[in-house]
Every structure is written in structure tokens, then in C-alpha cells.
Design a protein around this ligand. Structure first.
Ligand SMILES: C[S@@+](CC[C@H](N)C(=O)[O-])C[C@H]1O[C@@H](n2cnc3c(N)ncnc32)[C@H](O)[C@@H]1O
Length: 226
């Protein structure tokens, strides 16, 4: 994961921007007023800006592994969400394009339930199985993406499911170089650890795409009530 160096994230993060917008539009159908909102993995603020534009609230607390420049103007709680204790009981816990990095989602679901007021909402988007399948078929590596049914099974133990849906976007590039630049700037590449492109693997990857330089992103949105 290389988000700290992903300086051009907002320019290149079309799938994440799309997922954050879809999450906010879906959430608004259920509730728009909250006292305390906690955002997990705020990063450069793609979802935070939508929270500010679309919801009314008293307090907003932002979490991430690192404090981005954007986050420095807000109240923050920095650290791994799986390790830290969320301050206060929240009305809304929200997160976009983060939970695919978390392996033990069952444990996180338990923790988030405890950190929400009764009737509080947990709303998130998460990349799911099928994301960057074009790369995984080449590298034989992938994040362990869940599918929508697995997510529903995990979260229905603790929450009432108000909405659970999946959606997909496909990005098209003119050539391999553009595609790789996109991956570099979003910090997401499906590759665990190091994968160095040599001249010959670059050429192999080029023919793997067979003149169709597209990448698929599949994500789920869940709106859950405590
Ligand atoms: C793909 S970015 C999404 C940022 C923003 N939410 C958006 O919608 O564009 C994922 C963010 O999750 C953060 N993150 C990943 N694992 C985390 C964890 N265990 N605890 C807190 N933040 C985490 C990363 O540092 C990164 O900023």
C-alpha cells in the first residue's frame, strides 16, 4: 500500500471518487442529520468533502493510518482502525474504499457496533471480488476481495441491513504506460509486496492486455443500522 506517495491521487482516483459519490447518494435516502460522525480512512478527503456538502452534523472526526495535509485542518484520530479505540459513541461511522484492506472484517464489525449509538448507522463502500481482474489474471496475485454475499453474511450478524448493492466501473486507457501511471497514482494495484516490471515482463503485460487497456473496478455499498 503506497498511499502516502500517491500525491496525484485525486486526479487519478476515478473509481474511488465514483464509489464515494454512490455511497453518499445511497446514504442520503436513509438519513442526513447526525450529531457525531466518524470517518475511517479519510486520506485526501474525497469522501470528507461529500460529508461536508451533503450531511448536517455537530462533530466530525477523521481517522487514517497517516495524517494527510487535508486532514490537518480537522479533528483526527490517527492509527490503524483495527487497533485503536474509537472515541465516544458515534451516530454515523462512514468509510469509502478502505475496508478491502482489512482482513478480519468480522472483528471490525464487532468493534464498530460497540462504537455506535443504538440506531446509529454504519455506511461504507468497499472494493470487491472482480476488481482489477485484468491484472490478477497476469500476476496471479490479488487482494483477498470479498463478494457481496460474504459481506452481507458478516455484517448481518451485528446490524440490520438497510441497503446492500454492488456496482462496477471500467476505465479505458490508450496504452500500457497510461494504465500503469493510473495504478501508481491511486496506490492500488492488487499486488502483495513488490512486483518489479522488467523490460520483458513489461512486454508480456503489454501483450496480455491485447490492445484493450482497460481496468475493472467493482464495489459494494452497505448501509447498516445498529
Ligand atoms: C483508497 S484510499 C481511500 C481514501 C478516501 N476515503 C477516498 O474515498 O478516496 C484508502 C485509505 O485508507 C487508509 N487505510 C488503509 N488501511 C487502514 C486502516 N487499517 N486504518 C485506517 N486507515 C486505513 C489508507 O491510509 C488510505 O488513506
Amino acid at each position: 500500500m503506497k498511499f502516502k506517495s500517491a500525491k496525484f491521487y485525486d486526479l487519478y482516483a476515478k473509481p474511488q471518487i465514483y464509489a464515494a459519490n454512490a455511497l453518499m447518494q445511497t446514504l442520503k435516502d436513509y438519513r442526513q442529520n447526525f450529531d457525531d460522525i466518524y470517518e475511517i480512512g479519510a486520506g485526501s478527503g474525497v469522501l470528507t468533502r461529500l460529508i461536508m456538502e451533503n450531511l448536517s452534523y455537530e462533530n466530525l472526526l477523521l481517522n487514517d493510518l497517516y495524517e494527510s495535509e487535508f486532514m490537518s485542518k480537522f479533528s483526527t484520530q490517527i492509527g490503524d482502525i483495527t487497533q485503536l479505540k474509537i472515541k465516544n459513541k458515534q451516530d454515523l461511522i462512514i468509510s469509502s474504499s478502505v475496508f478491502q484492506w482489512i482482513n478480519a472484517l468480522e472483528n471490525l464489525a464487532d468493534k464498530l457496533k460497540f462504537s455506535l449509538k443504538s440506531g446509529g448507522i454504519l455506511a461504507f463502500s468497499i472494493f470487491i471480488d472482480g476488481t482489477l481482474k485484468e491484472l490478477s489474471s497476469f500476476t496471479n496475485q490479488s487482494l483477498e476481495y470479498k463478494n457481496l454475499d460474504q459481506l452481507k453474511a458478516i455484517f448481518s450478524k451485528n446490524f440490520e441491513i438497510l441497503n446492500a448493492q454492488e456496482s462496477q466501473i471500467k476505465l479505458k486507457f490508450n496504452n500500457l504506460k497510461e494504465l500503469l501511471t493510473h495504478l501508481k497514482h491511486t496506490g492500488v494495484n492488487n499486488i502483495k509486496g513488490e512486483f518489479k516490471l522488467t523490460k520483458s515482463s513489461y512486454e508480456a503485460l503489454n501483450s496480455h492486455f491485447n490492445d484493450d487497456f482497460s481496468l475493472s473496478y467493482k464495489f459494494a455499498i452497505l448501509i447498516l443500522k445498529n
